[in-house]
Write a protein that binds this ligand. Sequence first.
Ligand SMILES: Nc1ncnc2c1ncn2[C@@H]1O[C@H](COP(=O)(O)OP(=O)(O)O)[C@@H](O)[C@H]1O
Ligand SMILES: [Mg+2]
Length: 316
Amino acid sequence: MNDTTAASPAEPAPLATPATDIPPASEPLPLTTRIVAIANQKGGVGKTTTVVNLAACLAELGQRVLVVDLDPQANATSGLGLGRQDGHSIYKALIDNGDAATMIQPSVVPGLDVIPSELDLAGSEIEIARSDDHLHRLQRALQPIRNSGQYQFILIDCPPSLGILTMNALTAADAILAPIQCEYYALEGLSVIHRLVAQLRDNGANPNLRIEGIVMTMYDARTKLGGEVVREVNRHFATHVYDTVIPRNVRLSEAPSYGKPVTLYDPLSAGTAAYRRLAEEFLKRLGMTRAPGTHVPRKLRRLPIFRITTISKQGD
Ligand SMILES: Nc1ncnc2c1ncn2[C@@H]1O[C@H](COP(=O)(O)OP(=O)(O)O)[C@@H](O)[C@H]1O
Ligand SMILES: [Mg+2]
């Protein structure tokens, strides 16, 4: 699935012009449940890893989080300790206008629930495409959950394509969080997302959609390439790029086979620290802080990971 292994050209493919026309993420998201699609049409860039571990870290900070696994591969489902079960996904709700709330299941993380995926979702693209109002099916399925106010965040794990499922996610979402891998083709993927956001805003499918942020993943400090890509992405997408960069960390790749987010698999790993920092920055950018009274274990308090990062690019 990882399509990022092609040989790197000598130069990165820059965008023609810096993307200055994306609306800045300065307006606060709605105060009700925020729906964030973790999207990038490329596979293997860290979408699922980001959904699972960001969700776990937000839950650790006292937020109530629902992960919707929209990828028929069900990697977020298994990464959060759930099996793929026929009949237990968002599929029926998408096809029959069913109630997505009945599919919610608890995960291995307290405060973090999941609507799992199932293989049938793969076939749902064609069925949805034939239906009326095909772009708004997920939006409608999630509306009762959003209205219940049960969750602060709904994070949607998108498949690695720009098919109907991803388009439904982008129509249902308030914002996109786009993970990109620190490699040469990173900017190409971003420019596609950028155009898509503009399209969905302009054609009225989702007039308020915005890019919440861009998260650089799998950064390898030992290579010159990683640093160059981070600089290049910052040059084009300045305020959208998170200060937190996720390093390449073997614990992050091992955790899913144990059905756990990295916070449970290895709480003291560099991967855990990075995703905790990302969760802090995510809340800070939304003008939110950790829920009052959230317990942070004493030994973790000494680590710099719970320090609120200064986000100089945002100017706040
Ligand atoms: N920061 C990281 N360090 C090491 N491995 C990672 C990291 N992020 C993701 N991976 C691994 O890379 C592969 C692709 O990541 P994944 O999150 O599944 O991408 P996507 O959902 O975009 O296809 C997985 O095997 C995952 O475990
Ligand atoms: Mg994935």
